[in-house]
Design a protein around this ligand. Structure first.
Ligand code: AMP
Ligand code: MG
Length: 531
Protein backbone atom coordinates (compact mmCIF):
# COMPACT_ATOMS: atom_id res chain seq x y z
CA UNK A 1 0.00 0.00 0.00
CA UNK A 2 1.62 3.30 -1.00
CA UNK A 3 2.00 5.77 1.83
CA UNK A 4 0.35 9.09 1.26
CA UNK A 5 1.97 12.41 2.10
CA UNK A 6 0.77 13.40 5.54
CA UNK A 7 0.14 17.11 5.38
CA UNK A 8 -2.26 17.10 8.30
CA UNK A 9 -4.61 19.46 6.56
CA UNK A 10 -8.17 19.02 5.43
CA UNK A 11 -7.43 19.08 1.75
CA UNK A 12 -5.01 16.17 2.10
CA UNK A 13 -7.77 13.91 3.46
CA UNK A 14 -8.21 10.85 1.30
CA UNK A 15 -11.77 9.64 0.71
CA UNK A 16 -12.97 6.23 -0.39
CA UNK A 17 -16.77 6.25 -0.28
CA UNK A 18 -17.55 2.55 -0.33
CA UNK A 19 -21.10 2.83 1.11
CA UNK A 20 -22.20 5.16 -1.67
CA UNK A 21 -20.25 3.35 -4.35
CA UNK A 22 -21.36 -0.17 -3.61
CA UNK A 23 -24.89 0.07 -2.30
CA UNK A 24 -28.14 0.99 -4.06
CA UNK A 25 -29.10 4.65 -3.86
CA UNK A 26 -32.40 6.46 -3.94
CA UNK A 27 -32.78 7.82 -7.52
CA UNK A 28 -34.74 10.87 -6.30
CA UNK A 29 -32.41 13.78 -5.70
CA UNK A 30 -34.92 16.33 -4.37
CA UNK A 31 -34.76 16.78 -0.61
CA UNK A 32 -38.32 16.25 0.61
CA UNK A 33 -39.69 13.84 3.23
CA UNK A 34 -40.75 10.50 1.81
CA UNK A 35 -40.68 6.73 2.05
CA UNK A 36 -37.61 5.45 0.25
CA UNK A 37 -37.71 1.92 -1.16
CA UNK A 38 -35.01 -0.41 -2.46
CA UNK A 39 -32.25 1.98 -1.45
CA UNK A 40 -29.71 2.10 1.37
CA UNK A 41 -29.37 5.88 1.27
CA UNK A 42 -30.36 9.16 -0.37
CA UNK A 43 -27.99 11.83 -1.62
CA UNK A 44 -28.49 15.03 0.36
CA UNK A 45 -26.35 18.05 1.10
CA UNK A 46 -25.94 19.75 4.46
CA UNK A 47 -27.85 23.01 4.79
CA UNK A 48 -25.54 26.04 4.90
CA UNK A 49 -25.64 28.04 8.12
CA UNK A 50 -25.12 31.71 8.90
CA UNK A 51 -22.28 32.09 11.33
CA UNK A 52 -20.42 28.91 12.31
CA UNK A 53 -18.24 29.12 15.37
CA UNK A 54 -16.08 26.36 16.83
CA UNK A 55 -17.03 25.34 20.37
CA UNK A 56 -14.56 22.47 20.78
CA UNK A 57 -12.73 19.75 18.92
CA UNK A 58 -11.06 16.55 20.01
CA UNK A 59 -7.35 16.55 19.31
CA UNK A 60 -7.28 12.78 19.87
CA UNK A 61 -9.79 12.28 17.09
CA UNK A 62 -8.08 14.87 14.92
CA UNK A 63 -4.76 13.03 15.35
CA UNK A 64 -6.43 9.82 14.21
CA UNK A 65 -7.73 11.58 11.12
CA UNK A 66 -4.32 13.21 10.47
CA UNK A 67 -5.53 16.76 11.18
CA UNK A 68 -3.22 19.17 12.96
CA UNK A 69 -4.27 21.51 15.77
CA UNK A 70 -3.70 24.53 13.52
CA UNK A 71 -6.00 23.01 10.93
CA UNK A 72 -8.73 22.32 13.50
CA UNK A 73 -8.66 25.95 14.58
CA UNK A 74 -8.91 27.28 11.05
CA UNK A 75 -11.94 28.89 9.49
CA UNK A 76 -11.89 26.23 6.78
CA UNK A 77 -12.31 23.47 9.40
CA UNK A 78 -15.29 25.30 10.87
CA UNK A 79 -16.88 25.77 7.44
CA UNK A 80 -16.33 22.15 6.43
CA UNK A 81 -17.45 20.49 9.66
CA UNK A 82 -20.55 22.61 10.03
CA UNK A 83 -21.52 21.60 6.47
CA UNK A 84 -21.02 24.95 4.70
CA UNK A 85 -18.20 23.77 2.43
CA UNK A 86 -17.78 20.35 0.89
CA UNK A 87 -14.42 18.84 0.04
CA UNK A 88 -14.07 17.64 -3.53
CA UNK A 89 -14.33 13.96 -2.73
CA UNK A 90 -17.18 14.16 -0.26
CA UNK A 91 -20.46 12.54 -1.34
CA UNK A 92 -22.99 13.49 1.31
CA UNK A 93 -25.88 11.14 2.00
CA UNK A 94 -28.44 10.13 4.59
CA UNK A 95 -28.92 6.45 5.46
CA UNK A 96 -32.19 4.63 5.21
CA UNK A 97 -33.11 2.44 8.16
CA UNK A 98 -36.03 1.41 10.33
CA UNK A 99 -36.31 0.28 13.90
CA UNK A 100 -38.23 -0.85 16.93
CA UNK A 101 -38.88 2.10 19.19
CA UNK A 102 -39.77 1.23 22.79
CA UNK A 103 -40.62 -2.32 21.71
CA UNK A 104 -42.81 -1.45 18.73
CA UNK A 105 -41.95 -1.60 15.06
CA UNK A 106 -41.81 2.00 13.83
CA UNK A 107 -41.20 1.45 10.10
CA UNK A 108 -38.82 3.69 8.18
CA UNK A 109 -36.82 6.13 10.33
CA UNK A 110 -33.46 6.86 8.69
CA UNK A 111 -30.94 9.65 9.24
CA UNK A 112 -33.41 12.44 9.94
CA UNK A 113 -30.72 14.84 11.06
CA UNK A 114 -27.47 13.12 10.26
CA UNK A 115 -25.64 13.61 6.99
CA UNK A 116 -22.67 11.41 6.15
CA UNK A 117 -19.86 13.21 4.35
CA UNK A 118 -17.82 10.22 3.25
CA UNK A 119 -15.23 7.70 4.41
CA UNK A 120 -11.65 8.73 5.12
CA UNK A 121 -8.73 6.36 4.83
CA UNK A 122 -6.13 7.70 7.26
CA UNK A 123 -2.35 7.30 7.18
CA UNK A 124 -2.71 4.14 9.28
CA UNK A 125 -4.93 2.76 6.55
CA UNK A 126 -7.98 2.85 8.81
CA UNK A 127 -11.42 3.67 7.45
CA UNK A 128 -13.40 6.35 9.29
CA UNK A 129 -16.85 7.59 8.28
CA UNK A 130 -17.59 11.23 8.97
CA UNK A 131 -21.11 12.28 9.82
CA UNK A 132 -22.62 15.66 10.68
CA UNK A 133 -25.46 15.60 13.18
CA UNK A 134 -27.84 18.54 13.04
CA UNK A 135 -26.85 19.71 9.54
CA UNK A 136 -30.36 20.11 8.18
CA UNK A 137 -33.30 18.11 6.90
CA UNK A 138 -33.10 14.93 4.86
CA UNK A 139 -35.73 12.73 3.18
CA UNK A 140 -35.89 10.92 6.55
CA UNK A 141 -36.65 13.94 8.73
CA UNK A 142 -40.36 13.05 8.93
CA UNK A 143 -42.07 15.86 10.84
CA UNK A 144 -38.90 17.25 12.43
CA UNK A 145 -36.38 19.91 11.38
CA UNK A 146 -33.11 18.01 10.96
CA UNK A 147 -31.37 20.30 13.46
CA UNK A 148 -29.73 19.90 16.84
CA UNK A 149 -29.25 22.27 19.74
CA UNK A 150 -26.06 23.18 21.56
CA UNK A 151 -26.90 21.35 24.79
CA UNK A 152 -27.44 17.98 23.14
CA UNK A 153 -24.48 18.49 20.83
CA UNK A 154 -22.12 19.17 23.73
CA UNK A 155 -23.52 16.13 25.51
CA UNK A 156 -22.86 13.92 22.49
CA UNK A 157 -19.41 15.38 21.86
CA UNK A 158 -18.17 15.04 25.44
CA UNK A 159 -19.71 11.66 26.10
CA UNK A 160 -18.37 10.04 22.92
CA UNK A 161 -14.84 11.05 23.81
CA UNK A 162 -15.27 10.21 27.51
CA UNK A 163 -16.54 6.73 26.66
CA UNK A 164 -13.61 6.15 24.34
CA UNK A 165 -11.13 6.96 27.06
CA UNK A 166 -13.05 4.76 29.49
CA UNK A 167 -12.40 1.92 27.02
CA UNK A 168 -16.10 1.56 26.17
CA UNK A 169 -16.67 0.80 22.47
CA UNK A 170 -18.23 3.92 21.00
CA UNK A 171 -18.62 6.18 18.01
CA UNK A 172 -16.33 9.18 18.33
CA UNK A 173 -16.66 12.93 17.92
CA UNK A 174 -14.35 15.32 16.12
CA UNK A 175 -15.99 18.67 16.72
CA UNK A 176 -18.93 20.66 17.92
CA UNK A 177 -19.71 23.88 16.07
CA UNK A 178 -22.35 26.53 16.69
CA UNK A 179 -24.39 27.35 13.60
CA UNK A 180 -25.17 30.94 14.57
CA UNK A 181 -28.85 30.10 14.11
CA UNK A 182 -31.61 29.52 16.62
CA UNK A 183 -33.65 26.34 16.90
CA UNK A 184 -37.07 25.95 18.54
CA UNK A 185 -37.35 23.15 21.09
CA UNK A 186 -39.96 22.07 23.59
CA UNK A 187 -37.53 20.45 25.97
CA UNK A 188 -40.11 18.67 28.12
CA UNK A 189 -42.94 18.38 25.64
CA UNK A 190 -44.99 20.52 28.00
CA UNK A 191 -46.08 23.23 25.59
CA UNK A 192 -43.24 25.62 26.45
CA UNK A 193 -41.05 25.74 23.36
CA UNK A 194 -38.00 28.01 23.46
CA UNK A 195 -35.35 29.24 21.06
CA UNK A 196 -32.00 27.61 21.63
CA UNK A 197 -28.63 27.92 19.87
CA UNK A 198 -28.21 25.39 17.07
CA UNK A 199 -25.06 23.31 16.67
CA UNK A 200 -23.54 20.53 14.58
CA UNK A 201 -21.43 17.65 15.85
CA UNK A 202 -19.10 15.80 13.54
CA UNK A 203 -19.31 12.14 14.56
CA UNK A 204 -16.76 9.59 13.45
CA UNK A 205 -16.95 5.79 13.34
CA UNK A 206 -15.65 2.91 11.25
CA UNK A 207 -19.28 2.44 10.22
CA UNK A 208 -22.66 3.87 11.23
CA UNK A 209 -24.69 0.84 10.15
CA UNK A 210 -27.40 -0.07 12.66
CA UNK A 211 -29.58 -3.12 13.32
CA UNK A 212 -32.39 -1.08 11.79
CA UNK A 213 -30.69 -0.88 8.37
CA UNK A 214 -31.21 -4.64 7.99
CA UNK A 215 -34.62 -4.64 9.64
CA UNK A 216 -36.08 -2.18 7.17
CA UNK A 217 -35.38 -4.36 4.11
CA UNK A 218 -36.56 -7.49 5.94
CA UNK A 219 -39.79 -5.74 6.97
CA UNK A 220 -40.45 -4.95 3.30
CA UNK A 221 -39.56 -8.45 2.09
CA UNK A 222 -36.86 -6.83 -0.01
CA UNK A 223 -34.47 -9.76 0.20
CA UNK A 224 -32.39 -8.67 -2.73
CA UNK A 225 -31.34 -5.43 -1.05
CA UNK A 226 -31.14 -7.09 2.33
CA UNK A 227 -28.56 -9.44 0.88
CA UNK A 228 -26.66 -6.59 -0.78
CA UNK A 229 -26.41 -4.80 2.55
CA UNK A 230 -25.43 -7.93 4.47
CA UNK A 231 -22.76 -8.81 1.90
CA UNK A 232 -21.42 -5.28 1.97
CA UNK A 233 -21.33 -5.26 5.78
CA UNK A 234 -19.59 -8.61 5.90
CA UNK A 235 -16.92 -7.51 3.43
CA UNK A 236 -16.38 -4.04 4.86
CA UNK A 237 -17.09 -4.23 8.58
CA UNK A 238 -16.13 -7.88 9.21
CA UNK A 239 -13.48 -8.52 6.53
CA UNK A 240 -11.74 -11.19 8.65
CA UNK A 241 -14.80 -13.47 8.45
CA UNK A 242 -14.61 -14.19 4.74
CA UNK A 243 -16.74 -14.12 1.63
CA UNK A 244 -20.55 -14.04 1.76
CA UNK A 245 -22.18 -17.41 2.48
CA UNK A 246 -24.90 -18.60 4.83
CA UNK A 247 -22.26 -19.86 7.25
CA UNK A 248 -20.48 -16.51 7.22
CA UNK A 249 -23.74 -14.62 7.79
CA UNK A 250 -24.08 -16.70 10.93
CA UNK A 251 -20.48 -15.94 11.90
CA UNK A 252 -21.14 -12.27 11.44
CA UNK A 253 -24.28 -12.36 13.57
CA UNK A 254 -22.38 -14.31 16.23
CA UNK A 255 -19.74 -11.63 16.29
CA UNK A 256 -22.39 -8.91 16.60
CA UNK A 257 -23.77 -10.82 19.59
CA UNK A 258 -20.36 -11.08 21.18
CA UNK A 259 -19.46 -7.42 20.63
CA UNK A 260 -22.83 -6.24 21.90
CA UNK A 261 -22.37 -8.31 25.06
CA UNK A 262 -18.98 -6.76 25.68
CA UNK A 263 -20.27 -3.25 25.10
CA UNK A 264 -23.12 -3.75 27.57
CA UNK A 265 -20.78 -5.20 30.22
CA UNK A 266 -18.73 -1.99 29.89
CA UNK A 267 -21.86 0.15 30.32
CA UNK A 268 -22.69 -1.72 33.51
CA UNK A 269 -19.10 -1.32 34.71
CA UNK A 270 -19.02 2.46 34.39
CA UNK A 271 -22.67 3.14 35.25
CA UNK A 272 -23.77 4.40 31.85
CA UNK A 273 -27.46 4.37 30.95
CA UNK A 274 -28.09 4.86 27.23
CA UNK A 275 -31.72 5.86 27.65
CA UNK A 276 -33.00 5.00 24.14
CA UNK A 277 -31.92 1.49 23.22
CA UNK A 278 -34.19 1.32 20.18
CA UNK A 279 -32.95 -1.01 17.43
CA UNK A 280 -32.12 1.98 15.22
CA UNK A 281 -29.70 3.02 17.96
CA UNK A 282 -27.79 -0.29 17.99
CA UNK A 283 -24.56 -0.36 16.01
CA UNK A 284 -23.66 -3.44 13.98
CA UNK A 285 -20.11 -3.02 15.29
CA UNK A 286 -21.18 -3.07 18.93
CA UNK A 287 -20.39 0.62 19.42
CA UNK A 288 -22.32 2.93 21.71
CA UNK A 289 -24.19 5.17 19.29
CA UNK A 290 -26.68 8.05 19.38
CA UNK A 291 -26.08 9.91 22.58
CA UNK A 292 -29.44 11.42 23.45
CA UNK A 293 -31.10 11.35 26.88
CA UNK A 294 -28.34 9.18 28.35
CA UNK A 295 -27.19 9.50 31.94
CA UNK A 296 -24.65 8.29 34.47
CA UNK A 297 -25.67 6.53 37.63
CA UNK A 298 -25.03 8.67 40.65
CA UNK A 299 -26.79 6.94 43.55
CA UNK A 300 -26.72 3.28 42.59
CA UNK A 301 -30.18 2.33 41.39
CA UNK A 302 -30.77 -0.43 38.83
CA UNK A 303 -34.24 0.99 38.13
CA UNK A 304 -33.00 4.44 37.14
CA UNK A 305 -33.55 5.84 33.66
CA UNK A 306 -32.53 9.37 32.70
CA UNK A 307 -35.12 9.50 29.92
CA UNK A 308 -38.39 11.16 30.93
CA UNK A 309 -39.99 9.73 27.77
CA UNK A 310 -39.36 6.29 29.32
CA UNK A 311 -40.35 7.20 32.88
CA UNK A 312 -43.52 5.08 32.80
CA UNK A 313 -42.30 1.72 31.54
CA UNK A 314 -38.63 2.21 32.42
CA UNK A 315 -37.81 -0.14 29.59
CA UNK A 316 -34.31 1.28 29.25
CA UNK A 317 -33.42 1.43 32.97
CA UNK A 318 -29.85 0.63 34.00
CA UNK A 319 -30.56 -2.90 35.21
CA UNK A 320 -32.53 -3.80 32.10
CA UNK A 321 -29.86 -2.94 29.52
CA UNK A 322 -28.47 -6.49 29.20
CA UNK A 323 -31.97 -7.91 28.58
CA UNK A 324 -32.86 -5.19 26.09
CA UNK A 325 -29.68 -5.76 24.10
CA UNK A 326 -30.73 -9.41 23.86
CA UNK A 327 -34.21 -8.40 22.72
CA UNK A 328 -32.68 -6.14 20.08
CA UNK A 329 -30.41 -8.94 18.88
CA UNK A 330 -33.47 -11.17 18.48
CA UNK A 331 -34.94 -8.52 16.17
CA UNK A 332 -31.72 -8.49 14.16
CA UNK A 333 -31.79 -12.31 14.01
CA UNK A 334 -35.34 -12.13 12.65
CA UNK A 335 -34.18 -9.69 9.97
CA UNK A 336 -31.29 -11.95 8.91
CA UNK A 337 -33.30 -15.17 9.05
CA UNK A 338 -34.57 -15.01 5.43
CA UNK A 339 -30.96 -15.17 4.23
CA UNK A 340 -30.02 -18.03 6.53
CA UNK A 341 -33.30 -19.93 6.75
CA UNK A 342 -32.27 -21.90 9.80
CA UNK A 343 -33.26 -20.81 13.26
CA UNK A 344 -30.87 -22.96 15.29
CA UNK A 345 -27.59 -21.24 14.37
CA UNK A 346 -29.16 -17.87 15.13
CA UNK A 347 -30.42 -19.21 18.44
CA UNK A 348 -26.93 -20.51 19.19
CA UNK A 349 -25.49 -17.06 18.53
CA UNK A 350 -28.01 -15.54 20.93
CA UNK A 351 -26.86 -18.03 23.55
CA UNK A 352 -23.34 -16.81 22.88
CA UNK A 353 -24.58 -13.31 23.71
CA UNK A 354 -25.89 -14.56 27.04
CA UNK A 355 -22.72 -16.48 27.84
CA UNK A 356 -20.37 -13.73 26.71
CA UNK A 357 -22.24 -11.17 28.77
CA UNK A 358 -22.23 -13.44 31.82
CA UNK A 359 -18.51 -14.02 31.55
CA UNK A 360 -17.72 -10.39 30.86
CA UNK A 361 -19.93 -9.33 33.76
CA UNK A 362 -18.24 -11.76 36.16
CA UNK A 363 -14.78 -10.64 35.06
CA UNK A 364 -15.85 -7.02 35.38
CA UNK A 365 -17.32 -7.47 38.88
CA UNK A 366 -14.19 -9.34 39.99
CA UNK A 367 -12.08 -6.43 38.70
CA UNK A 368 -14.28 -3.82 40.35
CA UNK A 369 -13.98 -5.60 43.68
CA UNK A 370 -10.29 -6.45 43.27
CA UNK A 371 -10.80 -10.23 43.21
CA UNK A 372 -8.38 -12.44 41.27
CA UNK A 373 -11.28 -14.16 39.55
CA UNK A 374 -15.01 -14.51 39.99
CA UNK A 375 -16.08 -17.57 41.92
CA UNK A 376 -19.85 -17.89 41.41
CA UNK A 377 -20.25 -20.05 44.52
CA UNK A 378 -19.27 -17.17 46.82
CA UNK A 379 -19.23 -14.07 44.68
CA UNK A 380 -22.80 -14.09 43.34
CA UNK A 381 -23.99 -13.46 46.89
CA UNK A 382 -21.21 -11.00 47.62
CA UNK A 383 -22.24 -8.86 44.63
CA UNK A 384 -25.99 -9.24 45.22
CA UNK A 385 -25.65 -8.16 48.88
CA UNK A 386 -23.46 -5.23 47.89
CA UNK A 387 -25.87 -3.96 45.26
CA UNK A 388 -28.72 -4.17 47.80
CA UNK A 389 -26.66 -2.13 50.22
CA UNK A 390 -25.63 0.50 47.66
CA UNK A 391 -29.23 0.88 46.60
CA UNK A 392 -30.52 1.13 50.17
CA UNK A 393 -27.88 3.68 51.18
CA UNK A 394 -28.16 5.62 47.88
CA UNK A 395 -24.46 5.33 47.35
CA UNK A 396 -22.62 7.07 44.54
CA UNK A 397 -21.49 4.20 42.35
CA UNK A 398 -18.37 5.81 40.89
CA UNK A 399 -17.02 7.12 44.18
CA UNK A 400 -17.80 3.94 46.07
CA UNK A 401 -15.90 1.59 43.81
CA UNK A 402 -13.00 3.92 43.19
CA UNK A 403 -12.25 4.42 46.87
CA UNK A 404 -13.04 0.87 47.91
CA UNK A 405 -9.52 0.16 46.65
CA UNK A 406 -8.09 2.18 49.54
CA UNK A 407 -9.52 -0.25 52.10
CA UNK A 408 -7.58 -3.39 52.87
CA UNK A 409 -7.59 -6.60 54.87
CA UNK A 410 -6.56 -4.73 58.07
CA UNK A 411 -9.34 -2.15 58.01
CA UNK A 412 -12.18 -2.22 60.53
CA UNK A 413 -15.92 -2.09 59.87
CA UNK A 414 -15.82 1.53 61.08
CA UNK A 415 -13.50 2.43 58.22
CA UNK A 416 -15.95 0.89 55.80
CA UNK A 417 -18.92 2.73 57.39
CA UNK A 418 -16.98 5.93 57.03
CA UNK A 419 -16.24 5.19 53.37
CA UNK A 420 -19.85 4.32 52.66
CA UNK A 421 -21.18 7.39 54.43
CA UNK A 422 -18.79 9.67 52.51
CA UNK A 423 -20.05 8.26 49.20
CA UNK A 424 -23.76 8.08 50.02
CA UNK A 425 -26.60 10.51 49.50
CA UNK A 426 -28.40 9.24 52.63
CA UNK A 427 -27.16 8.94 56.19
CA UNK A 428 -26.67 5.27 57.09
CA UNK A 429 -29.69 3.91 58.95
CA UNK A 430 -28.99 1.37 61.72
CA UNK A 431 -30.35 -1.27 59.38
CA UNK A 432 -27.96 -0.31 56.59
CA UNK A 433 -25.11 -0.14 59.04
CA UNK A 434 -25.82 -3.72 60.04
CA UNK A 435 -25.96 -4.77 56.39
CA UNK A 436 -22.71 -2.92 55.74
CA UNK A 437 -20.96 -4.64 58.66
CA UNK A 438 -21.96 -8.09 57.46
CA UNK A 439 -20.97 -7.30 53.91
CA UNK A 440 -17.56 -5.92 54.80
CA UNK A 441 -16.78 -8.99 56.90
CA UNK A 442 -17.49 -11.29 54.00
CA UNK A 443 -15.57 -9.04 51.59
CA UNK A 444 -12.53 -9.14 53.82
CA UNK A 445 -12.80 -12.90 54.17
CA UNK A 446 -12.92 -13.07 50.39
CA UNK A 447 -9.82 -10.86 50.05
CA UNK A 448 -8.00 -12.99 52.64
CA UNK A 449 -8.80 -16.00 50.53
CA UNK A 450 -7.15 -14.38 47.48
CA UNK A 451 -4.32 -13.04 49.64
CA UNK A 452 -3.24 -10.65 46.93
CA UNK A 453 -0.73 -7.86 47.70
CA UNK A 454 -2.63 -4.66 48.46
CA UNK A 455 -0.92 -2.48 45.82
CA UNK A 456 -1.56 -5.08 43.15
CA UNK A 457 -5.23 -5.26 44.01
CA UNK A 458 -5.49 -1.47 44.13
CA UNK A 459 -3.88 -1.15 40.74
CA UNK A 460 -6.24 -3.57 39.11
CA UNK A 461 -9.28 -1.98 40.79
CA UNK A 462 -8.20 1.47 39.64
CA UNK A 463 -8.05 0.23 36.06
CA UNK A 464 -11.69 -0.93 36.28
CA UNK A 465 -13.16 1.84 38.43
CA UNK A 466 -12.83 5.31 36.90
CA UNK A 467 -12.20 8.36 39.07
CA UNK A 468 -13.92 10.65 36.54
CA UNK A 469 -17.08 10.09 34.55
CA UNK A 470 -19.26 12.62 32.75
CA UNK A 471 -21.52 13.31 35.70
CA UNK A 472 -24.87 14.62 34.52
CA UNK A 473 -24.56 17.91 36.36
CA UNK A 474 -20.99 18.51 35.19
CA UNK A 475 -22.12 18.28 31.58
CA UNK A 476 -24.99 20.64 32.37
CA UNK A 477 -22.67 23.20 34.00
CA UNK A 478 -20.45 23.15 30.93
CA UNK A 479 -23.55 23.64 28.77
CA UNK A 480 -24.82 26.55 30.88
CA UNK A 481 -21.51 28.35 30.37
CA UNK A 482 -21.29 27.47 26.68
CA UNK A 483 -24.72 28.99 26.18
CA UNK A 484 -23.12 32.20 27.50
CA UNK A 485 -20.30 31.80 24.95
CA UNK A 486 -17.82 30.51 27.51
CA UNK A 487 -16.46 27.19 26.23
CA UNK A 488 -13.76 26.79 28.89
CA UNK A 489 -15.65 24.21 30.93
CA UNK A 490 -16.27 22.04 27.85
CA UNK A 491 -12.51 22.15 27.25
CA UNK A 492 -11.66 21.35 30.81
CA UNK A 493 -14.08 18.41 31.00
CA UNK A 494 -12.80 17.06 27.70
CA UNK A 495 -9.26 17.22 29.06
CA UNK A 496 -10.00 15.64 32.46
CA UNK A 497 -12.01 12.86 30.85
CA UNK A 498 -9.05 11.88 28.66
CA UNK A 499 -7.53 10.16 31.69
CA UNK A 500 -10.48 8.87 33.69
CA UNK A 501 -8.51 6.26 35.64
CA UNK A 502 -5.74 8.61 36.79
CA UNK A 503 -6.09 10.80 39.87
CA UNK A 504 -5.38 14.30 38.60
CA UNK A 505 -4.16 17.04 40.91
CA UNK A 506 -6.46 20.03 41.14
CA UNK A 507 -9.35 18.18 39.49
CA UNK A 508 -11.14 17.04 42.64
CA UNK A 509 -14.26 19.00 41.72
CA UNK A 510 -14.88 16.61 38.82
CA UNK A 511 -14.97 13.64 41.17
CA UNK A 512 -17.48 14.68 43.78
CA UNK A 513 -20.98 13.71 44.76
CA UNK A 514 -23.85 15.31 42.92
CA UNK A 515 -24.83 18.54 44.71
CA UNK A 516 -28.40 18.69 46.05
CA UNK A 517 -29.53 21.30 43.53
CA UNK A 518 -28.76 18.90 40.68
CA UNK A 519 -31.15 16.21 41.82
CA UNK A 520 -34.24 17.79 40.29
CA UNK A 521 -32.66 20.20 37.81
CA UNK A 522 -33.62 19.60 34.17
CA UNK A 523 -30.69 18.26 32.19
CA UNK A 524 -29.02 16.87 35.31
CA UNK A 525 -31.31 14.03 36.21
CA UNK A 526 -34.16 14.24 33.75
CA UNK A 527 -33.81 14.43 30.00
CA UNK A 528 -36.12 13.96 27.09
CA UNK A 529 -35.58 12.94 23.49
CA UNK A 530 -36.12 16.58 22.49
CA UNK A 531 -32.72 17.68 21.35
P1 AMP B 1 -33.30 9.06 18.10
O1 AMP B 1 -34.21 8.37 19.05
O2 AMP B 1 -32.76 10.37 18.56
O3 AMP B 1 -32.20 8.15 17.65
O4 AMP B 1 -34.15 9.46 16.79
C1 AMP B 1 -35.08 8.61 16.21
C2 AMP B 1 -35.35 9.04 14.80
O5 AMP B 1 -35.84 10.37 14.75
C3 AMP B 1 -34.15 8.99 13.87
O6 AMP B 1 -34.59 8.58 12.62
C4 AMP B 1 -33.69 10.42 13.86
O7 AMP B 1 -32.98 10.73 12.69
C5 AMP B 1 -35.02 11.19 13.92
N1 AMP B 1 -34.86 12.52 14.52
C6 AMP B 1 -34.62 12.83 15.80
N2 AMP B 1 -34.55 14.15 15.97
C7 AMP B 1 -34.74 14.72 14.74
C8 AMP B 1 -34.77 16.06 14.24
N3 AMP B 1 -34.60 17.12 15.03
N4 AMP B 1 -34.98 16.22 12.92
C9 AMP B 1 -35.16 15.18 12.10
N5 AMP B 1 -35.15 13.91 12.50
C10 AMP B 1 -34.94 13.67 13.81
MG1 MG C 1 -31.14 7.34 16.53
Amino acid sequence: MPTRPNNKNIDALHFDNSFVRELPSDPESENYRRQVYQACYSHVNPKPVKAPRLVAYSQDMADTLDLSATECQSDRFCQVFVGNQLLDDMQPFAMNYGGHQFGHWAGQLGDGRAINLGEIINSQNQRWSLQLKGAGPTPYSRSADGLAVLRSSIREFLCSEAMHHLRVPTTRALSVILTGEQVMRDMFYDGNPQWEPGAVVCRVAPSFTRFGNFQLFASRDDLENLQKLVDFTLRNDFPHIGEPSKANYVHMFTEVCRRTAEMIAHWQRVGFVHGVMNTDNMSILGLTIDYGPYGWLENYDPDWTPNTTDAQGRRYRFGNQPAIAYWNLVQLANALYPLIQKAQPLQDALTIYTNTFEQAWQRMMADKLGLMSFNPATDETLVADLTKLLQAAETDMTLFYRDLATLGQEDQSEDFFQHLETCSYQALSPENQALAGVWFDSYQARLNHDNRPHHERQQSMNAANPRYVLRNYLAQQAIDLAEQNDFSEVQELLEVLRHPYTDQTGKQRFAEKRPDWAKQRAGCSMLSCSS
